[in-house]
Design a binder for this molecule. Structure first.
Ligand SMILES: [Zn+2]
Length: 427
């Protein structure tokens, strides 16, 4: 609407306001829209604030058209991952929350590197992008501890290569991501000596919270309380296995936006995301657990209705929902998404199998629909409906610690099996 009004203002008219000042007004309005759309996700709503920003400084680039070395200093150890993009050829380096203190002259085009960009791309996530004159290979990518001064440095060596080699590297990064890391080839980052291999990270998302209570049981049980209790119990059971690192999206009764839940999973580099729910259904006799994965096409009308209800969470809390398509459409991203989806489905099947040994499941217990909370492109994600609060038997079970322990045992078994399988396939 604003844009339309601006366009009207461009028409020369014989009013007292000059065209120049109208142009300025239009410019200011457009700028306001841009600034408003760039505002970061509300971090105050997150259960935990992201760790304090690292400072990146001392950017240096040296070399020629055949090879370039990039060195970037950090005041702390950055968890950095990289991947390649084409059109133009780019090296994308993902960084944690970073404050970039970089001299503009240092990033001027040099040799192989034609353009350098950096900045925060979302709350808690920094990014550095190097575009090149042509195809290249990443010969080295290391995070090294400085010996004579405090801090760490990122050192990357790019060498000119052929189009075929670049394409092969692109294809390779797609097939080897395993979609269990936030970016492909993260394991190529050289870690400081003595550091153990990365633990398998599970982010558990207790559905609803705060102003959004979720479903209400026949005796008044609130879904947001059931999901939090279950998530906390599941977390402590999983943590008994030292190979697992477990994070909750919320550890108390607070409201979280759906995209914030997804962001927390990605921020922690989750290998698996489990959103826990206990909704109601219009058929009171329906009971049992269900495992959902994301899909544009719903498996059935009930799954579609449930996803639609869940997706309203932000609106119900009085928040405006931003356009979801801020992810740039990219062939590589699509491939990663597809592969992630295959992993989500694999885990869902494993989970259904292990739940069926111990708890009641609904008919066709693996279902799918367009849940927004399951849309991390690179984190295998499922939504676990523990049971239906609309069914009094299910409600009783959800409140029963013994039943929860059985169900949690099944989830732990499934996670172990999934983690083992992805490790075996190099994921
Ligand atoms: Zn729910």
């Amino acid at each position: 609407m604003l844009i339309r009004a601006n366009k009207g203002a461009w028409r020369p008219q014989s009013t007292g306001v000059s065209i120049a000042s109208r142009l300025w007004l239009a410019f200011a309005l457009v700028l306001l829209c841009v600034v408003a759309s760039l505002r970061p996700l509300a971090p105050a709503l997150a259960e935990e604030l992201p760790p304090p920003a690292l400072v990146a400084h001392g950017y240096k680039m040296a070399g020629d058209a055949s090879r370039v070395r990039l060195v970037l200093q950090f005041d702390g150890e950055p968890a950095a991952n990289w991947f390649l993009l084409r059109g133009p050829h780019r090296l994308v380096i993902d960084l944690p929350d970073t404050r970039f203190s970089i001299e503009p002259e240092a990033t001027e085009a040099r040799g192989l590197v034609s353009d350098v960009r950096y900045g925060m791309i979302s709350a808690g996530k920094g990014r550095l992008i190097l575009s090149t004159e042509g195809p290249f290979a990443v010969e080295a990518f290391d995070i090294l501890r400085n010996t004579s001064s405090p801090g760490y440095r990122l050192v990357a060596d790019l060498v000119a290569s052929t189009e075929a080699a670049f394409e092969a590297a692109l294809a390779d990064q797609v097939t080897t991501t395993g979609s269990t890391r936030s970016t492909p080839k993260g394991d190529r980052v050289v870690r400081s000596e003595g550091e153990a291999s990365q633990p398998f990270t599970i982010v558990i998302d207790p559905g609803h919270g705060g102003i959004d209570s979720g479903a209400r049981g026949t005796t008044g049980t609130l879904e947001k309380d059931i999901t939090l209790t279950f998530a906390e119990e599941l977390k402590s059971r999983l943590e008994e296995d030292t190979r697992f690192r477990v994070q909750l999206t919320r550890g108390e009764d607070v409201f979280l936006r759906l995209d914030e839940r997804v962001r927390i999973a990605r921020q922690h580099g989750a290998n698996l995301f489990i959103s826990v729910h206990a909704d109601t259904i219009r058929y009171r006799s329906v009971r049992g657990a269900t495992v959902y994965t994301v899909s544009d096409q719903a498996s059935d009308a009930e799954a579609a209705a449930l996803a639609a209800r869940e997706n309203l969470s932000d609106e119900l809390a009085g928040l405006s929902v931003e356009d979801e398509n801020h992810e740039v459409s990219d062939i590589l991203m699509d491939l990663i998404r597809r592969e992630t989806h295959a992993f989500s489905v694999r885990f869902a099947r494993t989970l259904v199998g292990s739940l069926s040994d111990r708890v009641e499941l609904i008919k066709n217990p693996h279902r799918y629909a367009g849940f927004r909370v399951l849309k991390a492109p690179d984190v295998p994600s499922v939504l676990l409906e523990l049971g239906y609060l609309s069914n009094s038997e299910d409600e009783k079970q959800l409140l029963d610690a013994e039943w929860r322990e059985k169900a949690i045992g099944s989830v732990v078994t499934a996670v172990r099996s999934f983690a083992g399988a992805t490790a075996a396939t190099g994921g």
